[in-house]
Ligand binder design. Sequence first.
Ligand code: ATP
Ligand code: MG
Length: 272
Amino acid sequence: MSLLELDDLTVRYGGLVALDEARLRVDRGSLVGLIGPNGAGKTTMIDCLTGFTPATSGHVIFDGHEVTSLPAHRRTRLGMIRTFQSLELFDDLSVRDNCRVAASDPRWWEPLADVVRPGRRPVDDALLDDTLATLGLTELAGLRPPELSHGHRKLVGIARVLVRKPDLLLLDEPAAGLDSGESQTLGRLLRGKVDNGASMLLIDHDMNLVLGICDRIYVLDFGRVIAEGTPDEIRNNPAVVAAYLGSDVDSDLEPTPESVSRSLPSIGAHTA
Ligand SMILES: Nc1ncnc2c1ncn2[C@@H]1O[C@H](COP(=O)(O)OP(=O)(O)OP(=O)(O)O)[C@@H](O)[C@H]1O
Ligand SMILES: [Mg+2]
């Protein structure tokens, strides 16, 4: 059984079918990529499987449990942790404190536990230090987000979710705004976590990143899964090249600007 299973998952926003009977699997200890043009339904899929958007129909099974109707905070408790496409850091906290706040998961009994065992450390400081170091953020740990470059802020967003030790990490465009060096560092970090047992679903338009580190890749177009396979299979899939990668895929592995923005919402080809 896979850690995450989506079956026939459909999400409608009014008359718009954003996700159309999608099926996807993430096995334990694997890194799965999700790619597709703008408006294809990638963020909607993460919104729906984490409980931020209701499913119109279909099923989300996490670790053997049907979670389709659970609220977002219950799914987070089960170990599904996501990042958001837009950065949501606390501007008045340091990098380190941004990560520490995110790592603590207050429960009703925590004040009692603090009385019984003062000085409990819910945050794994060794993991936090290690994560900051791997992402090149150690020197910046005392700064606040407004003092950082966009790339560094993005990396803080990644550090913040990694220190929560998620069972399944869902990353929505973590490399957007990173330069190629930062993107490669991020790729090595994510692959390393997966090689050590983590499980991830990665959305990104950086094809060097996705094709370079994922075990399997799903391709969405107009809300439908149009292909699934290994990076090599996806790279050579004519439907994927036509819908997303473009015919120059072999030259730089980047989707063409036309293909990325082809299915803008205003086109409305997938409205019901
Ligand atoms: N809350 C919402 N209400 C109405 N329509 C929405 C909502 N969220 C997304 N949509 C629409 O659903 C479709 C899928 O959007 P989604 O954000 O999932 O695409 P995406 O693949 O993540 O695109 P991008 O690569 O630009 O991030 C789009 O047509 C979008 O306009
Ligand atoms: Mg998106």
